[in-house]
Design a protein around this ligand. Structure first.
Ligand code: GLV
Length: 348
């Protein structure tokens, strides 16, 4: 049963001071119990308990009067929402990515935005590598063959895939998660190359063997390209017709970042014509992906339901950090993980 939202005592964009009563916050998805209990000690908490994320209209109606919003990447948090809900003082996003938040609009209104970096790096890198293995070794296809009764005998030519050891993994975007995937790939005996706008070699301890390459070179030389750039205007369709055409016919594309970094129509065409060898996607341009989407028709394309950070340990850590951010914002303190720290340089 959702707790009704109670208007907080703070004025527009004002922080809540001690003794003024508990501020109202809206949490758009259920979060782990310990984090929720900690939040409830300091706030009037309304948790959305629908089966899906709130619709934009539900988001506005549940945010009226609240001073804090704990959102997920399924929620669009923009200037219109803040204009309709002018008491909101802080937005805490339960994700490392924050492309669902119009950060400039938040900054203009002096609203700090928190995210959850670091705590989900290993879980997401593991999932990226699971997709590398699943596509390279045709794991899902092979399981489907067993279930369909197509496993007839041990056949030396059956379900042949890509040998990872000795193959080249290309990391597109050498941030925390990209580097964690590189570590895993080195452990599998792969050669690892990386492209980054800002990183310099070496990429960190244990990553001395990773070679930084030019953008086109990454697509041309890799047997597996793994996408790890954040979604921003400059990275929409960063992987499109041109980049897919540069890839080897046997190469695999893995995306655990954001769907819109890859031009999905171009990817469908590349899979249809066989100009690349396969794809492993945890993210798609529209989520959830519609059941009739052509991507779901390819045996060499594995699509997962955006579960990169979905381990119990990681989701607990994400919720704790998201609650830390929210509580700091409610107290008028600097968020521990803030994506627009410039708000602290201006009068609040
Ligand atoms: C998940 O996609 C995240 O950005 O944390």
């Amino acid at each position: 049963m959702a707790t009704p939202a109670v208007p907080g005592p703070a004025g527009p964009r004002g922080a809540v001071g001690p003794g003024e009563g508990l501020p109202a916050v809206f949490v758009t998805r259920p979060i782990p119990d310990a984090a929720r209990a900690r939040l409830e000690r300091s706030a009037q908490v309304d948790v959305f308990d629908g089966a899906d994320a709130p619709t934009p209209a539900e988001l506005v109606s549940r945010c009226r009067g609240v001073v804090g919003l704990l959102a997920s990447s399924a929620d669009r948090v923009d200037g219109a929402l803040l204009d309709a809900c002018p008491r909101i003082t802080v937005v805490s996003n339960l994700a490392v990515g924050y492309d669902n938040v119009d950060v400039p609009a938040m900054t203009r209104r002096n609203v700090p935005v928190g995210n959850t970096p670091g705590v989900l790096t290993d879980a997401t890198a593991d999932l990226a590598f699971a997709l590398v293995l699943a596509t390279a070794r045709r794991v899902v296809e092979a399981r489907d063959a067993v279930l369909a009764g197509r496993w007839k005998s041990w056949d030396p030519g059956f379900m042949l895939g890509m040998e990872l050891s000795g193959s080249t993994l290309g990391i597109l975007g050498a941030g925390r998660i990209g580097r964690a995937v590189a570590r895993r790939a080195l452990g599998f005996g792969m050669r690892v190359v990386a492209w980054s706008r800002s990183a310099r070699a070496p990429l960190g301890p244990g990553l001395e063997a990773v070679e930084l390459v030019e953008f086109d070179g990454l697509f041309e030389t890799s047997d597996v390209v793994s996408v790890h750039v954040a979604l921003a205007p400059s990275t929409v369709h960063l992987v499109g017709v041109r980049e897919l055409a540069l890839m080897k016919r046997s190469a695999i594309l893995v995306n655990t970042a954001r769907g819109a970094v890859v031009d999905q129509a171009a990817l469908v065409e590349a899979l249809r014509t066989g100009s690349i060898g396969g794809a492993g996607l945890d993210v798609t341009e529209v989520e959830p992906i519609p059941l009739g989407d052509p991507l779901l028709s390819f045996a060499n394309c594995v699509v997962l339901p955006h579960i990169g950070s979905a381990t119990t340990v990681t989701r607990v850590a994400m919720a704790e950090l998201a609650v830390d951010n929210l509580l700091a914002g409610l107290r008028g303190e600097v968020l521990p993980a803030c994506v627009n720290p410039e708000v602290y340089g201006t009068a609040r």
